[in-house]
Design a protein around this ligand. Structure first.
Ligand SMILES: [Zn+2]
Length: 67
């Protein structure tokens, strides 16, 4: 996902692997935000859990057809 640093307006990408790891860590710790550090100014940009979830293709829920 692409982020824009709130501090220096630098655009940088966060990889799928990093997002997946962040999601796991947040769900394990009960956190609500992930700090993505800007590669330019090193500021932590908060990404909400919702944003993380939306940026990853979620596993298809195994829907059972009710026939
Ligand atoms: Zn920055």
């Amino acid at each position: 996902m692409q982020l824009r640093c709130y501090q220096c307006s630098w655009s940088f990408g966060v990889g799928k692997d990093e997002i997946a790891a962040a999601l796991e860590a947040l769900q394990a710790s009960g956190g609500t935000h992930y700090d993505a550090h800007c590669p330019r100014c090193k500021r932590a940009n908060k990404i909400s859990l919702e944003q993380l979830k939306q940026s990853t293709p979620r596993p298809r829920p195994s829907e059972k057809p009710t026939a």
